[in-house]
Design a protein around this ligand. Structure first.
Ligand code: HEM
Length: 180
């Protein structure tokens, strides 16, 4: 994943637990550089290893870290120069969800090796919508849940998210019902 993701993990850890804990995590995964380069791609394994090491060292469930990270990402990207893009991606929560592929496509122009997930929305009602999520990666559902909660907060909404049953090998991906 692009360095921007690893940098956000670093920021989240340093903000909540301090620089020393972050150093321990870097040592545990064998990352010896002083920082990540936002616009450079890094192996996915590094990102998963950072979350795994953070989980052990901070004694926090890895899924809880991923969810907190997802929520943080909405604030972090706004501060890192993507605020206008976020503003343009939707004037309402549901409009924003419907524009997620467009958002990642714009990012893709700047980050050519981006492997963004695919999204679409369906069955919208006045207090719910279903989001289809298709990823190239495994294990990132807790991050998605954090992202959706963070996005809800951006629109002053408290959202509940429930994964709907779908076939294991479903071509369409996973379906989440979001209610507010
Ligand atoms: C301006 C804001 C955003 C930027 C700059 C951004 C950029 C990125 C980047 C760099 C990655 C890593 C993928 C890679 O390096 O190959 C990523 C992954 C991801 N993004 Fe976004 N994103 C943004 C907003 C969002 C929002 C609002 C959502 C959903 C609510 C979202 C959902 C995801 C998910 C779930 C992944 C995990 C990767 C996967 O499932 O394979 N992103 N995004």
């Amino acid at each position: 994943m692009y360095g921007l993701v690893n940098k956000a993990i670093k920021d989240l850890v340093v903000e909540n637990h301090g620089q020393e804990k972050w150093q321990e995590i870097c040592t545990a995964v064998g990352f010896e550089e002083s920082d990540f380069i936002s616009m450079s791609p890094y192996p996915d394994k590094l990102t998963y290893d950072l979350v795994g090491a953070a989980s052990k060292i901070l004694k926090t469930d890895a899924n809880a870290i991923l969810e907190a990270f997802g929520e943080y990402w909405i604030l972090y990207t706004a501060e890192q120069g993507y605020g206008d893009l976020l503003d343009l991606s939707g004037a309402s929560f549901t409009e924003f969800l419907g524009n997620l592929d467009m958002l990642h496509l714009r990012i893709n122009n700047m980050m050519p090796e981006l492997k963004a997930p695919l999204f679409s929305t369906q069955n919208e009602t006045k207090n719910s919508v279903e989001l289809l999520y298709k990823s190239h990666r495994k294990g990132l559902v807790p991050m998605l849940i954090g992202l959706i909660k963070g996005l809800g907060k951006r629109f002053d909404m408290v959202v509940q998210i429930e994964e709907l049953p779908s076939a294991e090998s479903s071509e369409k991906g996973l379906v989440f019902k979001i209610t507010w």
